[in-house]
Ligand binder design. Structure first.
Ligand code: SAM
Length: 299
């Protein structure tokens, strides 16, 4: 339990993860009935970008900060605008109390999701590290919609699904300290949760170092777990080195049918703005789509 998200807050991987998260919350809000948001690995909820940890790595400078200057990513020198989803996402962060004079704070997934949620929706946030859980509890002390659980997120998930609302979203965003073993734990957790709540939307974030490390997990998702599974990836380096974070991805089980369309333009813009040395690459495809005849094995 050495991982602290504060060192990575707002980096290129957070941008992808949290833009997908906003798209999913907005899709759930297309219906007036309330939904539940379950975050199995919540972190502390909010990060000071020039604080001790984030300031030390400065990862947000090659992440969210680049979105503040979209013109720099325009290949023809013309003024560039952000696609609407990316614009709403960035505006939501800039509207956070504390960011009035510029980007100082980066909200984590629990704060981003709950700020986008409605009065009648609810959130269950799980965090195992005692200090992070205490910060999370303090952050949401006055929000009656939010329940903070200081416990193992995978264990909690079994108890939390199906939620009372019977509709909603689970985000699984572990630190992958256990490397390959984490994928097996995620797969087991997904199977157990889907057995209890087959219609829930499940989003899993994963790091990309070596492509071969993630392939077995992605292939496993193609075997009857859910009727629609979308994969969205952004790679800022070639996926051939185990030594650094070359990219990251989100897979969404039971994804809204049009999630690929919602993400296509934002992903293109992220690739344009977040490339490191060379243009970033992206993948957006259905690993499973029950309306298609056959889905090719993931590359
Ligand atoms: N989801 C957060 C966000 O997007 O802002 C970031 C989460 S961070 C990648 C992973 C978090 O999981 C860390 O805060 C870590 O302490 C916590 N953690 C590690 N193992 C856990 C477990 N088994 N259950 C719950 N939380 C865990």
């Amino acid at each position: 339990m050495n991982y602290r998200h504060a060192y990575h807050a707002g980096n290129f991987a957070d941008v992808l993860k949290h833009v997908v998260l906003l798209a999913l919350v907005e899709a759930l809000e297309a219906k007036p009935t309330p939904f539940a948001y379950i975050d199995t690995h919540a972190g502390s909820g909010c990060y000071a970008l020039e604080g001790k940890e984030a300031g030390k790595t400065g990862e947000y400078r090659d992440g969210i900060r680049r979105l503040l200057f979209p013109d720099l990513g325009a290949d023809n020198g013309q003024a560039a605008t952000l696609p609407p989803l990316l614009r709403r996402w960035l505006d939501g962060i800039l509207a956070l109390p504390g960011n009035e004079d510029g980007l100082k704070l980066y909200p984590g997934s629990p704060l981003q999701a709950t700020r986008a949620m409605r009065e009648g929706d609810s959130a269950h946030l799980c965090e195992l590290h005692p200090d992070e859980a205490a910060r999370l509890r303090e952050l949401f002390a006055h929000d009656a919609r939010v329940h903070v659980h200081h416990r193992d997120g995978y264990e909690a998930l079994k108890a939390l699904v199906p939620p009372q609302e019977k509709r909603g979203l689970v985000l699984i965003d572990p630190p992958y300290e256990a490397q390959d073993a984490e994928y097996r734990v995620i797969e087991r957790a997904l199977k157990a949760a889907l057995a209890r709540w087959p219609t829930g939307v499940y989003a899993v974030w994963y790091p990309i170092k070596l492509r071969s490390q993630v392939q077995p997990f992605l292939r496993g998702l193609q075997h009857g777990m859910a009727r629609r599974v979308l994969r969205a990836e952004l790679l800022v380096h070639a996926d051939d080195s185990p030594l650094r974070l070359n990219g990251s991805g989100m897979v969404v089980l039971n994804a809204p049918w049009n999630l690929d369309e919602l993400l296509r333009e934002p992903l293109g813009a992220m690739a344009r703005l977040l490339g490191q040395g060379q243009p970033a690459r992206w993948n957006l495809d259905w690993l499973v789509n029950d309306s298609s005849e056959a889905t090719p094995a993931p590359r």
